[in-house]
Design a protein around this ligand. Structure first.
Ligand code: ZN
Length: 358
């Protein structure tokens, strides 16, 4: 299995490659945008571009490109949330082994994976591994590239850890031998010390034709058979994917989140406030923060679909309403990042959505 190709993002690819070739690419980047649009894949593509031995890069043929798409390039590193290590202070080797296994698992599925469960994070042991790795000279390429996915899961470091400070310094003043690419679907939840040090690049959803190309890639079909939603027609997959086909690999939990989100929309536009109350109570109270975030993400996807449908029908008023509603959900996501009860957030959100959508 190889890493699935990157689909869509043509404008960004052009911008990033011209910045790289003119030497103006910032050393610390933050790719932010909706979940499932391919931010980590785009970051790995940029990594490949930076290690490629030919022009125009990435050529796709050289030794470095081959290593990059097999995720075996010694200078291209990929980190993302993992379960908290059992040992509070694990060996660096243990951390490396854990990522080697996790990356092999992602690669076995074409680099397509569900969003990490709520209890996974980027813990201090990982930050230590990154800092240590960055202190070693590149093995093949001119620089080392660190892709750090779902970076908002970087756990606020307990105490004044040296590694945390060293990492912030790396972000602030990257050497000409390192490029750090953070990705996040929830940039508002990033540690402010991290967010302020990286140059933000918005990664939008991809077009329907790019999603169609993605869906016809054999790597994707194989991965869908293994881990995608069960027995769906192409049209159903297109519907489910919206402009973020990575969300198809969210598995069972994501399907449930999508169903809950649709129920919430129905409740918001229902004529009686009693159904809104019932729907709010139906959202798990606590201990399910991960799945609550999934529900809010699903709401944004559904509202995006509503907006596109409205624009397609030439109904601007309805499109504006859907877009305003998506903003409200975004605000609710910020609140959900704090310690507010999901039912309380949902009750407020449904109240606001019902006026926005009617
Ligand atoms: Zn190449």
């Amino acid at each position: 299995m190889r890493l699935v190709d990157l689909y869509g993002h043509e404008d960004l690819k052009l911008r990033l490659s011209s910045a790289a070739s003119s030497g103006t690419l910032p050393g610390s980047l933050l790719f932010h945008g909706p979940r499932g649009v391919g931010k980590q894949r785009l970051a790995l593509w940029l990594g490949q571009l930076l290690v490629c031995e030919n022009t125009p890069a990435p050529c796709g043929h050289c030794r470095s490109c081959q290593y990059a798409v097999n995720l075996t390039h010694p200078d291209l590193h990929w980190y993302f949330p993992r379960p908290r290590p059992k040992d509070a202070d694990p060996d660096l080797e243990d951390v490396r082994d854990d990522y080697r296994d996790a990356i092999a698992e992602r690669l076995a599925n074409g680099g397509l994976y569900p969003s990490p469960p709520g209890n996974e994070g980027i813990f201090v042991a990982t930050v230590r591994a990154i800092v240590r790795e960055a202190s070693v000279t590149p093995a093949m390429a001119r620089r080392k590239i660190f892709v750090i996915g779902d970076a908002e899961r970087m756990v606020s470091q307990e105490g004044a850890d040296q590694a945390a400070n060293a990492f912030l310094k790396m972000l602030e003043e990257p050497s000409d031998k390192t490029t750090i690419i953070l990705t996040s679907s929830e940039p508002g939840a990033l540690l402010p010390t991290v967010r302020s040090r990286a140059v933000a690049v918005r990664v939008p959803g991809i077009s329907e034709s790019a999603v169609r190309q993605f869906l016809s890639d054999p790597v994707v079909s194989t991965a869908l058979d293994k881990t995608g939603p069960q027995k769906k027609t192409l049209n159903e997959l297109l519907q489910l994917a919206g402009s973020a086909p990575g969300t198809l690999f969210g598995g069972e939990a994501r399907g449930k989140a999508m169903a809950s989100a649709r129920r919430l929309i129905d409740a918001a536009i229902a004529p009686h406030s009693s159904s809104r109350h019932a729907a709010a109570m139906g959202v798990g109270a606590s201990g399910a923060r991960g799945s609550f975030t999934d529900i809010l993400d699903s709401l944004i996807i559904i509202l995006g679909e509503r907006m596109r449908a409205a624009l397609h029908d030439g109904n601007n008023e309805r499109a504006v309403a859907a877009s305003r509603a998506a903003d409200l959900v975004g605000l609710a996501k910020v609140r959900a990042g704090g310690n507010v009860n999901p039912q309380l957030i949902t009750a407020g959100l449904l109240h606001d959505l019902s006026s926005a959508l009617r």
